[in-house]
Ligand binder design. Structure first.
Ligand code: NG6
Ligand code: CA
Length: 506
């Protein structure tokens, strides 16, 4: 792998010397939630159609080895923004409702790098990276630090995930529409004996839970965690996608005459999957499929906005996911019963929570009209590479102590002839759990440091099974990782073990 510094320098020279690329583009990163490799039609889905995502792929580069860095949300988002593997950071596993800000102020992020290049920056959608200082979020006061302290000029957020409390929007430093007379309380303990929950009022729920998710009820759905108050601020699950689009269109319109960076962090297709009424029943796959259609609609609306404002040729769009698919993630929404022939992870094994390819190899598309030549690429690229690549694109130097694991793969992202992606990639499941995948070329090593190398709850559908500590797979011959060939290739296994140990420093 060429050194990050050297390739950055070459690009910097290229960018500044070239009049063709004198203008840097706007950047929109659309990150889907829990969307699997096989969930969209341009990656092989036939049970539903995603015309807008397909159009993006037809006009850009569709990666067949595009990854997120973890098979859960918080570590992938942490790594995407910081360019550093989540296992190096603290508390980078799935964040609870009252988690403090995980990325500390002063950390260089994709947003701060682009802000430094003069971009107006926004994150709109799911955050799930904590808010507030060590004490956690001050829901009724200033929600700080948060995105604005790590390079975003503005934010409009769902604080964690919508299966976690509370169902309110955070706009910059405050809960939107919060009535001080009805303060918001969020906690882990039932606030009073009579507080209705998914257990005590199960028969009133509009969507039942299957595991966890049985605490406070809002909008007929019980959640992880408890909350009271803040009624005027609460939203309906059905309206989330519309809100993200509305706020994003506003942001793009406001900044159409200058460079902007928009991190569009969709909540589709995370649980509870409650698409807007107009999408309900649109697929044969139940609400999971209908949420994919809703996601596709969002992509279409963003692209329409770029077209309307004549920005399509001035905007690099990156479409990706935060982890692989899961069917039953805690609510009974018929995802399993209605799956039919649909293969959410495409040809791959595993999904969310797993270090099999299905956990992190996900849809990954780049489009920059007029600059990127439409292509399909099998170069290895990862969401963690956006930091170094976008820094290079905008001529921003990367400090030595920042973005430790991000490679400048800009050439590959732009589909340039002969441009290379990564040589290797660490795939992790959650936080610093001690479970790793390591892809190097066609080889894939699994390393399980803990005994339970699986998520028991989802194992019926997409599972890690009980396994030896190390396994080796040949992805060329065996993309589904079914045949452990460690004994046949001890030298390869040893090399990968060493490489992985060096990177994770364990
Ligand atoms: C798990 C939740 C799951 C989901 C996940 C986070 C239970 C039993 N399971 O702990 O439903 O919320 O966390 O998903 O509570 S992620 O995509 O944000 O990582
Ligand atoms: Ca996710």
């Amino acid at each position: 792998m060429k050194s990050r510094f050297l390739s950055g320098l070459i690009l910097l020279l290229f960018v500044s010397a070239s009049h063709v690329m004198a203008e840097t583009p706007n950047v929109i990163v659309i990150m889907a939630d829990d969307l699997g490799y096989g969930d969209v039609s341009c990656y092989g889905a036939t049970s539903l159609e995603t015309p807008n995502i397909d159009k993006l792929a037809n006009e850009g580069v569709r990666f067949t080895s595009g990854y997120c860095s973890a098979s859960t949300c918080t570590p992938t988002r942490y790594s995407m923004l910081t360019g550093t593997y989540a296992f190096r950071g603290e508390r980078t596993g799935i964040a609870p409702p009252n988690a403090p800000a995980i990325i500390k102020p002063g950390t260089e992020t994709v947003a701060s790098l682009l802000q430094g290049a003069g971009y107006k920056t926004a994150v709109i959608g799911k955050w799930h990276l904590g808010l507030g200082d060590e004490g956690g979020p001050d829901w009724n006061g200033e929600l700080k630090p948060g995105p604005l302290e790590i390079g975003f000029d503005t934010c409009f957020l769902l604080p964690t995930t919508n299966d976690r409390v509370p169902q309110v929007y955070v706009h910059d430093h405050h809960v939107e529409n919060l009535d001080p007379a009805d303060p918001l309380w969020v906690g882990t303990k039932k606030p009073s004996p009579e507080h209705p929950t998914g257990i005590t009022h199960r028969d009133t729920l509009k969507m039942d839970w299957s595991h966890g998710h049985n605490s406070t009820i809002h909008n007929g759905i019980s959640r992880i965690g408890f909350y009271t108050g803040g009624h005027a601020a609460r939203f309906r699950d059905e309206d989330l996608a519309d809100k993200w689009v509305e706020e994003s269109v506003k942001f793009i319109e406001q900044n159409k005459d200058e460079n902007f960076f928009l991190f569009f962090a969709s909540h589709d297709i995370h649980v509870p999957r409650i698409p807007h009424e107009r999408f309900q029943g649109k697929t044969s796959l139940g609400f999971r499929g209908d949420s994919i259609i809703e996601l596709d609609w969002c992509v279409g609306e963003l692209m329409k906005t770029l077209d309307r404002l004549k920005l399509a040729e001035d905007t690099l769009v990156v479409f990706c996911s935060d982890n692989g698919p899961v069917l039953d993630d805690g609510y009974i929404d018929a995802a399993i019963e209605k799956i039919g022939d649909h293969r959410a992870a495409g040809p791959y094994t595993g999904g969310k929570y797993s270090v099999y390819e299905g956990g992190t190899r996900t849809p990954f598309i780049t489009r920059w009209k007029g600059r990127i030549k439409p292509a399909v690429s099998d170069e290895i690229v990862c969401t963690i590479d956006l930091a170094a690549s976008l820094a290079a694109l905008t001529g921003q130097p990367l400090p030595e102590d920042a973005s430790l694991d991000s490679f400048n793969v800009l050439g590959a992202l732009l589909g340039d002839a002969n441009a290379e992606g990564r040589d290797s990639l660490v795939q992790q499941d959650n936080g610093s759990s001690g479970t790793y995948g390591f892809r190097a070329g066609k080889w894939k090593l699994h390393r399980y440091d803990k005994k339970s190398a699986r998520n028991v709850v989802v194992e019926k559908q997409l599972a890690n099974t009980k396994v030896p500590r190390f396994q080796l797979f040949d992805l060329d011959k065996d993309p589904a990782e079914q045949h452990n060939v460690l004994d046949q290739h001890p030298d390869v296994a040893e090399r990968l073990k060493q490489q992985l140990a060096t990177i994770i420093q364990q």
